[in-house]
Design a protein around this ligand. Sequence first.
Ligand code: ACO
Length: 347
Amino acid sequence: MNRVRIAGLGHYLPEKTLTNLDLERMVDTSDQWIRARTGIQERHIAAPHETSSSLGLHAARMALADARIDGADIDLVIGATTTPDGMFPSVGSLIQDGIGAKRAGAFDVNAACVGFMSALATAMQFIATGACARVLVVGTEVLSRIVNWEDRGTCVLFGDGAGAVVLEAAQFGGPLGLVLRSDGSKKLALFAEGPCGPRDANGEGPAHHLCMINMEGPAIFKFAVQAMTQAVRDALTQASLRVEDIDLLVPHQANLRIIQGTAKHLGVPESKAIVTVHKYGNTSSASIPVALSEAQKEGRLAEGARLALCSFGGGLAWGSMLLEYSRTGVVPTQRNEALVEANAAGS
Ligand code: ACO
């Protein structure tokens, strides 16, 4: 079986920002409440002409440049999104065309905020089996299009953005443990209906507000901490590793208190958790690849570092991937513990 290296990373946030002060003028809320309850200070909002595929294309181009390859070198493009440009074609197909990946296949994965991790796991299987040598995975969202801007309980939480990863077959790197879980019986805790749902006797579809994000916030909060903590523990058990072996925690960026709670329950120092939620809000499928790309640009991803990705979202769905980060794909002669730790701490 092949191992998998991360050959390139990229991310893109739309230009326009929406601050908490802007939101104060839109709904009954305050900068103080939003900061205290979520840690979010601002988020980015797509321009009218932008879509998940156009944001994703920016991130994809950056990841390809980082990997020093062309679109033509890619065998498969997997999009992860809950906010596709349309029902079809897939965002993956649109990005495949945009980067000129002429011989690549393409499709999308939707697992709400677990979409990117699910797409990453799928891509890694293609590489492990030898079916593909290079796969591009893009997590991208324009959640601002499905946010109910009159609902203060949700509209302060979400933002738009995209992150991309180029994966390549290698001798070193890739998943050490993987846990993906779902409980569809909890579907009403977090949902957004779409154009293909059931019709009533008059042939009418769901009311407009049901097509936007509906969420039982406090219930999701409790679930999120417990579910991510358990998923990381299960992934560690699979990999025969201990919590102390985690160099970096890369959690879904939904709420700073959820990230802090998860780190605390796991017993991972907060300094080991990547945090971007204060500047981007919750970007669903984009949150983990954006965090990874930024961490790499900041020099926090050392060769051989063990990353614990974890996420939760609509489904309900949740999971964790323990990932041995390798850019070179070359088996190390020895693991430099001190260097890996210093990089993870951003020092
Ligand atoms: N400004 C002011 N007050 C607000 C706001 C706001 N923006 N939003 C809600 N409130 C009020 C509520 O009306 C409620 O008031 P009440 O007690 O008078 O009824 C009160 O605040 C609720 O307060 P808390 O119980 O303290 O809320 P909590 O600490 O749980 O924070 C929050 C609420 C931020 C929504 C939190 O529960 C949360 O982050 N939940 C998880 C959400 C999430 O991560 N979703 C992920 C989605 S992933 C995906 O798949 C899309």
